[in-house]
Design a protein around this ligand. Structure first.
Ligand SMILES: Cc1cc2nc3c(=O)[nH]c(=O)nc-3n(C[C@H](O)[C@H](O)[C@H](O)COP(=O)(O)O)c2cc1C
Length: 96
C-alpha cells in the first residue's frame, strides 16, 4: 500500500505537523496489521524519492510519498536487534 502526502498552507497547522501526522498514519497502520496477526513494515526506498516512480504510481503534482507499508503473513520470528541504553539517547526535562 502506498499513499501520498499533500501538505497545504494552513493558518494553524505547520507543514511539519502535517508531515508527522502522515507518518503516524503509516505507523498506526503497522500497529493495526500487527494487532491482527500480520507482519508489516514501513519503508521508503529509492522509489519514494523518484519523480518517474511517483508518476507511474499515480502521484499528482506536488505530492510526496509518505512510504510503502508492506503487510503479509509472518513466516519467521523476527529477532530484535541490540538497543542502546535509554539514558544514552533520551533527554529528560527536569522542569528547571
Ligand atoms: C519512514 C521509514 C522509512 C524506512 N525506509 C526504509 C528503507 O528504505 N529501507 C529499509 O531497509 N528500511 C527502511 N525502514 C525501516 C528502518 O530502517 C527500520 O528497520 C525500522 O524502522 C525498524 O526499526 P528498528 O530497527 O529500530 O527496530 C524505514 C522505516 C521508516 C520508519
Amino acid at each position: 500500500m502506498a499513499w501520498f502526502l499533500t501538505a497545504v498552507e494552513h493558518p494553524k497547522i505547520p507543514e511539519f505537523e502535517q508531515l508527522i501526522s502522515a507518518g503516524n498514519v503509516a505507523f498506526n497502520l503497522v500497529h493495526a496489521a500487527n494487532a491482527l496477526g500480520y507482519a508489516a513494515q514501513w519503508v521508503t526506498r529509492w522509489y519514494a524519492y523518484d519523480a518517474e516512480a511517483a508518476q507511474a504510481l499515480g502521484a499528482r503534482l506536488g505530492e510526496r510519498f509518505v512510504g510503502f507499508v508492506h503487510v503479509g503473513t509472518p513466516t519467521t520470528k523476527i529477532e530484535d536487534r541490540p538497543r542502546p541504553a535509554l539514558d544514552d539517547v533520551v533527554t529528560y526535562w527536569s522542569g528547571q
